[in-house]
Design a protein around this ligand. Structure first.
Ligand SMILES: Cc1ncc(COP(=O)(O)O)c(C=O)c1O
Length: 414
């Protein structure tokens, strides 16, 4: 069972709200540090294991700096994310560009920074060569297609996915870039998203280690590193269990020994680029109840909306809700918890059992630390909200101010 507790007391959050207006996202720095240490520990046996935080989950340099201090790099998917990584003090191969349909400017910037480039297609070899030159180290994203049965609920069947190269293309691509002077090679895949079964990742490791062996046998190329992508899920629902990282690490260790060590290919560096599990459970969207409305159903209207967290509206995703100070009250009422967008799917919860809610109550939406603020938008003229960091000494740092009307108007011509 995942415990859905708040990292602040009622008095503490009220003091924070006096200084920073709701809605805002607040991240628990100590919990982020403890959690990422657990991930790194689970792979302490692996040669030079590296986690590249998927910046898209929470693109804020203050969060990235916290992670950098823990030895975590950055997985970037765009020019802006590369620049954020640079500003967060990361450099060279602490950064990987895992992008698709990539514009030349991203390849150029990644080359300039000495970041690892992860190519999404065989045709990108020529494109990269023309626009940025071929680097000494290169990685390819593998799409196993029908060779990976089952698929994962969110990311879907690999055969239907636009990412990566087929097995045949991957082998040709490695041979081509070897000819072009590449000296160090990496393989990447990502076949899961929000996956809670650790066995899924162990199977993926087996698949990738088999590929490393095949590349070695058929091309004589020694792969230097394998990146399993992100995709470790989080228990959004209280009845779900977090992935057991120790079992995950040990399962991959066993696969590594059976396939890599036994075939004389040790050391092979391993990497992941998790986003959701790194920050997701440690970010909270804090809002205030503006209105209550009783028609065919009972509604509670917040000052936050889908622009602050679109997962419930977009995927019908469950996010746990706490009403501050009423955590232990009986859940005797059924509400739809809404935002103010002119979209009927602007709801954080539908038919949710909650304690009696009053106007002015502080409502906290859990697990908003990844793909939360990051997926925000300005529809209906909504302004992006602030992001705060709850420091280990309990002080609060503003790490992104809220947008103002002036920001909203800044790109318009009158
Ligand atoms: C290439 C790539 N790597 C890593 C991630 C991070 O995935 P997650 O946040 O599920 O760990 C994503 C997410 O979309 C991705 O596209």
């Amino acid at each position: 069972m995942a415990e859905k507790k708040l990292p602040f007391s009622k008095d503490e959050i009220h003091r924070i709200i006096e200084e920073y207006k709701t809605p805002f996202h607040i991240y628990d720095e100590q919990a982020i540090r403890d959690n990422v240490r657990a991930l790194l520990n689970a792979f302490a046996w692996a040669p030079e294991f590296k986690e590249y935080f998927a910046v898209k989950a929470t693109p804020n340099p203050s969060i990235m700096e916290v992670l950098r201090e823990e030895g975590v790099g950055a997985d970037c998917s765009s020019l802006a994310e590369l620049l954020l990584a640079e500003r967060a003090g990361l450099q060279g191969e602490e950064i990987i560009l895992t992008s698709n349909d990539t514009p030349a400017i991203e390849f150029k910037k990644a080359r300039e920074m000495g970041a690892v480039i992860n190519l999404d297609d065989i045709s990108h070899i020529d494109y990269l060569e023309r626009h940025a030159g071929i680097p000494e180290v290169l990685c390819f994203r593998y799409n196993p297609g029908p060779l990976r049965e089952g698929g994962n609920a969110i990311i879907g069947n690999p055969e239907e996915s636009k990412y990566g190269l087929t097995r045949k293309q991957l082998l040709s691509a490695l041979a081509i870039v070897k000819e072009k002077g590449v000296k160090r090679f990496g393989l990447h895949t990502m076949v899961a998203s929000n996956e809670l079964d650790h066995n899924f990742f162990i199977e993926t490791a087996h698949m990738m280690f088999d590929l490393v062996l095949e590349v070695n046998r058929s091309l004589g190329i020694r792969i230097e590193f394998v990146n399993f992508g992100g995709g470790i899920g989080i228990p959004y629902r209280p009845e779900q269990e977090a992935v057991d990282l120790e079992r995950l690490g040990q399962g991959i260790k066993q696969a590594y020994e059976e396939k890599i060590v036994a075939n004389g290919l040790h050391p092979l560096k391993l990497a992941m680029e998790c986003g959701r599990m790194v920050t997701g459970p440690y970010g909270y969207l804090v809002s205030t109840v503006l209105h209550k409305k009783e028609i065919y159903k009972n509604y509670v209207g917040l000052d936050a909306c889908m622009a602050n967290l679109m997962r419930p509206g977009l995927y019908g995703a469950y996010h746990h809700i706490s009403v501050v100070g009423k955590e232990d009250w009986p859940k005797g009422y059924i509400y739809d918890v809404t935002g103010s967008l002119c979209e009927n799917n602007d709801k954080f919860a539908i038919n949710r059992k909650l304690p009696m809610i009053d106007i002015g109550d502080v409502v906290v939406i859990h697990d908003a630390g990844a793909h939360g603020h990051a997926m925000g938008f300005n529809y209906n003229g909504k302004l992006r909200s602030a992001e705060l960091l709850l420091r280990p000494d309990r002080s609060v740092k503003l790490i992104r101010r809220a947008e103002t009307i002036e920001d909203y108007f800044a790109t318009l011509e009158f």
